[in-house]
Design a protein around this ligand. Structure first.
Ligand code: NAD
Length: 475
């Protein structure tokens, strides 16, 4: 064989490995085959059956990969999301009609930076006279994940990193109103894994998701675990599906401001939190409960931070626009800009206005409903104890999220205990609770009904114990 022939063979092998993918780590390289299944994009399938079949093959391929491989694929997911952030944030707003592009950029950035990966999984060892016992965190297999239209790409990435870290493949039933951006993003995520040498189809979805496809995913024999993120309907469906489910449901987070709070900061924080992505996020402030002594000062600070107070005839028109005669939220206005909503109620404000609020009684729909738009009720109460009791009632026992601004540590402790939520934020916008301006990792599947709270990789792993009697001690 001459040098030209050898060079040609080397070139062919390198090209083949580049298309098939080579997993490199401390161990011998793992060569993985890529199963292309559908013209709609990598991981986008015509049926739930074909999506589960592809995910099952991907899960088997993952067995050949090391933890270092998984960590590398996750880094590739973070990198591709950073590169695609502008595109997916713009697509999400234009497809769903919900939220603000600038805020979605921050949300996706937060998820790519602060979602824990393989480092969150820990093994445990016990040694003693009887030998050695190990517990290791193993994958379930294929996880079914049902995602909302309010945080479509954030939930896919956040769940996806945690689930892949634990060694699982995933079938998403994305929200029908966000199916385009979700399929686009899933294709990019799969490409990133393939390009870093990993298996194809770790992430899967159906091209045309519906409630029926979600329900068939919930009962599919190939699905070991469900993670659902959405409103009360999908939570109930998952919890009665007969499968183990991690269920993240609705909330109605109250924010209490008492007379000891830093009112300037509280006013700024309340507007920042309650207007973030036009209030579609489950954890953001949905009603303000203010102690009478500081209520007017708080309103002034909110107005100084681009909030607009609505009252009198304006309030009547706004109520008519947003609440249907049978006392439901008018879904046409979910996630819309405050200035647009107010304009449709005949109230002209500059585009810089991010939030509308109205002083109303506790029973008002702006307080009681999860409005999911930048319009919040403002309730005035006599003292901090009345405020805490009011907040507990308005939270409706979801156990989701609550916020308080106060410098009275006894009052903060009383509220923390009474409201009993998965997330409780003190002296910050609610988003600090998911790591935006607060310490700690981020999660976009906050499972209050099933108790996991801020879900991450360990929740998507099975604990497996292995016992060796009388051996492997070194002392
Ligand atoms: P949604 O409940 O309308 O949809 C969520 C998903 O569930 C979608 O994919 C939808 O197709 C599916 N679905 C809905 N009803 C179903 C049923 N009966 N059977 C099977 N599948 C069903 O929610 P949304 O409007 O997309 O999102 C907003 C809601 O989700 C709010 O209530 C919000 O508080 C909640 N949410 C909660 C969290 C959390 O972490 N707790 C995160 C995001 C959103």
């Amino acid at each position: 064989m001459d040098e030209r022939q050898i060079a040609s063979i080397v070139e062919k092998v390198v090209a083949k490995l580049a298309t098939e993918g080579v997993a490199t780590s401390g161990r011998a390289p793992t060569v993985l085959r890529h199963h292309r299944t559908h013209a709609d994009g990598r991981g986008v399938h015509p049926t739930v059956d074909s999506a589960v079949a592809a995910a099952t093959r991907a899960f088997q391929d993952l067995h050949a990969c090391t933890m270092a491989d998984r960590a590398r694929y996750i880094q590739a997911l973070r990198d591709v999301t950073r590169a695609e952030n502008q595109t997916i944030s713009t697509m999400a707003v234009s497809e769903t009609g919900l939220g603000r592009v600038d805020d979605k950029l921050h949300k996706n950035q937060l998820v790519l930076e602060k979602t824990p990966g393989t480092e969150a999984l820990h093994s445990t060892a016990w040694t003693g006279d009887d030998g050695l016992t190990l517990t290791e965190m193993a994958p379930y297999g294929v996880i079914g994940s049902i995602t909302p239209c309010t945080n479509p790409t954030e939930t896919i990435l956040n769940n996806g990193i945690g689930m892949l870290a634990a060694g699982n493949a995933i079938v998403f039933n994305t929200h029908p109103a966000a199916k385009g951006v979700s399929a686009y993003f899933i294709d990019k995520l799969n490409a990133a894994i393939e390009n870093s040498g990993g298996p194809s189809n770790i992430f899967n979805c159906v091209a045309e998701p519906t409630i029926e496809t979600a329900q068939s995913l919930m009962t599919h024999a190939g699905i070991r675990l469900l993670a659902v993120t959405g409103g009360g309907g999908v939570v109930k469906a998952a919890m009665t599906s007969g499968k183990r489910a991690i269920a993240a449901g609705p909330g109605n987070p109250p924010v209490v401001v008492d007379e000891t709070a830093d009112i300037k900061k509280a006013g700024r924080d309340v507007v920042f939190g309650a207007s973030l992505d036009n209030n579609v996020i489950c954890i953001v402030e949905k009603e303000v409960i203010a102690v009478a002594e500081i209520a007017d000062a708080l309103k002034r600070e909110m107005k100084a931070n681009n909030a607009h107070e609505v009252s009198g005839g304006d309030l009547k028109r706004l109520e008519k626009l947003l609440i249907t005669p049978d006392n439901h939220v008018n879904r046409d206005y979910i996630g819309k800009n405050a200035a647009l909503i107010l304009a449709d109620a005949g109230i002209r404000v500059p585009d810089s206005i991010r939030l509308a609020f109205a002083e109303v009684p506790e029973q008002h729909p702006f307080v009681q409903h999860e409005m999911l738009m930048p319009v919040v009720g403002f309730v005035r109460v006599s003292d901090v104890d009345a405020a805490i009791e009011c907040a507990v009632r308005c939270e409706h026992g979801y156990g989701h999220t609550a916020v308080m601004h106060s410098t009275n540590i006894n009052a903060l402790s009383r509220m923390a205990r009474a409201v009993n939520t998965s997330i409780f934020v003190k002296n910050a916008p609610s988003c600090a609770g998911v790591g935006l301006g607060g310490e700690g990792f981020t999660s976009w599947t906050i499972a209050s009904p099933t108790g996991e709270g801020m879900t991450y990789a360990p929740h998507f792993a099975r604990a497996r114990r292995c016992v060796l009697k009388d051996s492997f001690r070194i002392v």
